[in-house]
Ligand binder design. Structure first.
Ligand code: GLY
Length: 353
């Protein structure tokens, strides 16, 4: 088992190890009062696979378990479901010594985390990420949110979990496409500042997933410890996300987050070369690794459409938007452009006119 301690406004461990799922009851016992109530939030893909194990372990440890099972998919991350969850927490009489447990991917983590962040002005929550993407990115660092019709993650809070439990054994039931989704975020760490990780990813990682996950979590730990509220270095984690969020939205979430981010990363790399800010060899390097890990690289939406949605994004300040641009293999920087220049930026990145 690998333990990575994250020291932010709350200090917590991310524990990574095959077979850890069974130990959730014992682990939570060390973190909240005995006989507390636990609200297990999951989805209808994950709960049938792991719900019984997790509920059984929590009950065996003396907790009273309530469940909320949402339909799988991004649409569950909305105000309607959040309200339902708040009302269920109130009906069950949850107090600040009780706990919300998120068992699922990024959607469930964000939804459950935001409910926990806001109910009674904040109650503890425990993350059990079951997708590769959630293990390496969204479960760590305390970003919680729901989507609005106007855009992704527009309502949210920074609220750190009390622990994150990653059991890579659960990845064996994850469909290929979802693994590719997580690989996009893993490659992102490489391109924002982890050339050693890119070398590992150029080799065979079949038997070293636990090590790859730990490398990403350690990298994210370093970033969120330095900048918990995203006023500086944490912005680098948004490489590929400005176009990526627009692509998710334009596809009505048929193109999932990681796949959209992959397209956005390559677009940023190509635009950075066109602006003479990036090593010319980088786009081909990036495209090679993205393709190798099953990710599409062609942007299906016009530059002007991307810009229209991207301007609703949180990364906009007044008439400027902060982009993340790769400058060399394993290095990225923040770059501000005028909102009016965004369509041209996407055109430079290869989005259709
Ligand atoms: N997923 C980006 C961040 O946590 O900042």
């Amino acid at each position: 088992m690998t333990t990575i301690t994250v020291k932010t406004s709350r200090t917590y461990d991310v524990v990574i190890g095959k077979g850890l799922l069974d130990s959730i009851g014992a682990r939570l016992s060390g973190l909240i009062p005995p006989k507390s109530a636990v609200f297990l939030v999951s989805d209808d893909h994950v709960y049938p696979l792991y719900g019984e194990t997790v509920c059984g372990a929590l009950e065996a440890a003396g907790f009273t378990v309530f469940t909320h099972i949402a339909p799988a998919g991004e649409r569950s991350k909305d105000a309607h479901r959040l309200t339902k969850l708040w009302l269920q927490l109130a009906d069950a009489g949850f107090t600040r010594s009780d706990c919300v447990v998120a068992l699922g991917g990024g959607v469930i983590g964000d939804l459950a985390g935001f409910a926990a962040a806001t109910y009674l002005r904040g109650i503890p929550y425990y993350q059990v990420p079951t997708s590769l993407l959630a293990m390496v990115d969204s479960s760590v660092g305390g970003k919680t949110a729901i989507n609005l019709a106007a855009g992704k993650n527009l309502c949210g809070a920074f609220w750190q979990p009390i622990e994150v439990l990653c059991d890579p054994a659960v990845l064996t039931t994850l469909p290929e496409d979802y693994l590719a989704d997580g690989m996009a975020e893993i490659l992102k760490y490489g391109y924002i500042g982890n050339p050693a990780l890119l070398e590992v990813l150029a080799g065979d990682i079949k038997n070293s997933m636990e090590d790859v996950i730990a490398r990403c979590v350690a990298h994210k730990r370093d970033i969120v410890e330095a900048d918990e509220r995203e006023s500086g270095i944490r912005r680098l984690l948004n490489l590929g996300h400005t176009a990526g969020h627009a692509i998710e939205k334009l596809s009505e979430h048929r193109i999932p987050h990681g796949h959209a981010v992959a397209i956005g990363m390559l677009l940023a790399a190509k635009a950075a070369v066109a602006l003479s800010l990036c090593d010319e060899s980088l786009p081909a390097h990036m495209e090679g690794l993205l393709t190798r890990y099953g990710l599409d690289t062609v942007c299906p939406y016009r530059a002007e459409e991307l810009a229209r949605y991207a301007l609703l994004d949180k990364k906009r300040t007044g008439n400027h938007i902060t982009l993340i641009l790769p400058t060399a293999i394993g290095k990225s920087v923040t770059y501000q452009i005028a909102a009016s220049a965004l369509t041209d930026f996407f055109l430079k990145g290869g989005a259709p006119a």
